[in-house]
Design a protein around this ligand. Sequence first.
Ligand code: HSE
Length: 456
Amino acid sequence: MKPIQVGLLGIGVVGAGTFHVLKRNQEEIKRRAGRGIEITMVADLDVARAQSIVGSGVQVVNDARAVIANPDIDIVIELIGGYGIAKSLVLEAIAAGKHVVTANKALLAVHGTEIFAAASAKGVMVAFEAAVAGGIPIIKALREGLTANRIQWIAGIINGTTNFILSEMRDKGLDFGVVLKEAQRLGYAEADPTFDIEGVDAAHKVTLMSAIAFGIPVQFDKAYVEGITKLGAADIKYAEQLGYRIKLLGITKRREADAAKGYSAGVELRVHPSLIPSKRLIANVEGAMNAVVVNGDAVGNTLYYGKGAGSEPTASAVIADLVDITRLHTADPLNRVPHLAFQPGAMSDLPVLPMGDVVTSYYLRLRVADEAGVLAKVTGILASADISIDAVLQREADEVGGEGEVPEGTRGMPQTDVIILTHDCQEAHMNHAMALMQALPTVLQPIVRIRKEELA
Ligand code: HSE
């Protein structure tokens, strides 16, 4: 049988990796797919550079629409990124009856509902393994390998840039800004790292995993997103002393209704720095590596680990999708694996819970005046909000008036850091308690609050 023909839109780092791996492993891939898979046409604005990557045997054009219009092309790989032209091209490729492979998490997290509906109506597949955690086959695991399970929660380190920064902060005791500059110098962080450090990239990825895990529509706009820019070296150090590490986690959880506790049913969908026990395997994922823990009711916890970015690791995921499509494209569309794991007519309307409804535990650090009765007032406020304390640690402030703003007149005053770990409570209750604590004249700086996940 003649090879299936693939058109590639955008040949940057991942596109080049895809081309090279397909070529290098073509025999092995053909034995798996049942026929050859060939990239026969590439669109890139820099035609000369693209041609130098793929050689003279592949047609290179500067117009992506020429690839979509080519009737010989069965599959279009979109590696342009972003929500702009990439969205138009993906929808045009679907309308032209092409199957699509994309690594574009931002596009699918925001416009996935429209794109998957268009693909289903046209009877084509949109595959996106490379969009989440690079080379880790987490979409395949969630959508197929764990299909027997009622998935309860997912927690993942799904942004390598921020994991690299947090690892360096912990290893070297440095603050965020210093490490970010170093990461940029080494090429780990983009010149504009906003999406990574503000948690947006991780939120795109966890939005996709949440949809597949719970059979709900992709709802990036409902995700709570908090990055790592405000983390200080002091909190990483205190967390360590308490037996925890701080990681940027993408978390999604199923929450059952509980009338006694006032909880409604829904799905938590959030990205923020989290304390996790140092003894958990995922707490020991260092540098730019990614890892995802999935908890299913039958299987328990499963852990997936690997490279979340990079040329060939991401190409590995892109090509896995090409093989899937090659195997399945002649199948009745109704017998294919649904885009979001659940049949389109069987999606759930379980709401994404607002952050105030989320239930979790907390690390709080309060810089307080070191005088009698301060701790009693703080713990009294927590008790009145029905928030139970798990542990308390008091440490001399590194230097009087160390990090952060020191209110007028308090410099030179005896000060101390009080670190409190709480048990689970609803975020709205914690917000209320924090406002009361912050208003105490003996609380000298903005309270640091970091959420805590036991991942048991
Ligand atoms: N910028 C991402 C990361 C990789 O640092 O993990 C692509 O999503």
